[in-house]
Design a protein around this ligand. Structure first.
Ligand SMILES: [Zn+2]
Length: 94
């Protein structure tokens, strides 16, 4: 099955995050999918910034929807949250 989420060619840009944060009328899952599309790997702290406090539960929902999402160590070295917060990598759709 084709992957809808190839690794992003461009680095994450803040304006994209702000746009996704503010998009009205979208569900949390839809905004998370946009973040994965833009970034490939999304940190839990980013989901918190997007006002999705129960992001782990939403990731479980997305897995139920058929998305292949794995928990990974946060790759963003400028994040200062230590090891408590993991990131999630979107590998495509089953
Ligand atoms: Zn992080």
């Amino acid at each position: 099955m084709r992957s809808e989420f190839p690794p992003p060619a461009k680095p994450w840009r803040g304006e994209n995050l702000n746009r996704i944060k503010e998009l009205p009328g979208l569900t949390q899952k839809e905004r998370m999918l946009l973040a994965f599309k833009a970034k490939g790997t999304v940190c839990g702290s980013t989901f918190l910034e997007m006002h999705i406090p129960r992001y782990a539960a939403r990731v479980a929902d997305l897995r139920d929807d058929g998305y292949d999402i794995v928990r990974v160590k946060c790759p963003y070295r400028f994040h200062d949250h230590g090891r408590q917060i993991a990131s999630y990598e979107m590998r495509g759709r089953r």
